[in-house]
Design a protein around this ligand. Sequence first.
Ligand code: HEC
Length: 181
Amino acid sequence: MDSMEINKGIAAVLVAGMVFFLAGTIGVNLVDEKRLEKPAIAIQGGPAAETASAAPKPEELPPIAPLLAKADVAEGESTAKKLCTSCHTFTEGGKAGIGPNLYNVVGGPHAHMEGFNYSDGMKAKAGPWTFDELNEWLHKPASYVPGTRMAFPGIGNDQLRADVIDYLHTLSSSPVPLPAP
Ligand code: HEC
């Protein structure tokens, strides 16, 4: 192979590179990816219609009842063992760790463990823990109780969160009934 051939080879590679680069640039400019302000197709009663009217709430969680109806307690238990046991115990009369014991928490009052040093935000929450509230709490603890002591980001997966809540709900001698789906 003489040097001419080698030069041709290099030129071919350079040209190929330029064509590739140009095609990309042209492509990007041709396609105008502006986001639509309104969905092109409005689905009646669909999520688009709802979010348009309910402005301030940043994230609507899907309703918990249908997710609980198909929840897997065993999956919830193993997830809770992985994610929560560094701070919580689940057995009746279990000691507090970094977090309170969680026996009887579902249906019990917020800040349900006697003598535990809860955050002011948690103490200010009134009423019993409902499934919906647990859903919100375990989705993003710091949004549900600003200034919470629970240093846990939350469980993003809706079904997995329901599995964990379903497991928590079994931690009682007389569990509150699951909501009708
Ligand atoms: C890093 C430690 C930590 C982890 C991990 C953690 N928690 Fe907590 N948890 C806390 C603390 C601390 C509180 C008290 C929060 C407050 O006072 O604001 C709490 C409070 C709670 C409460 C409210 C209890 C009550 O008496 O009202 C529930 C329910 C709960 N955690 C569930 C869970 C579940 C389920 C997980 C796992 C998916 C989990 N937590 C992971 C530390 C933790």
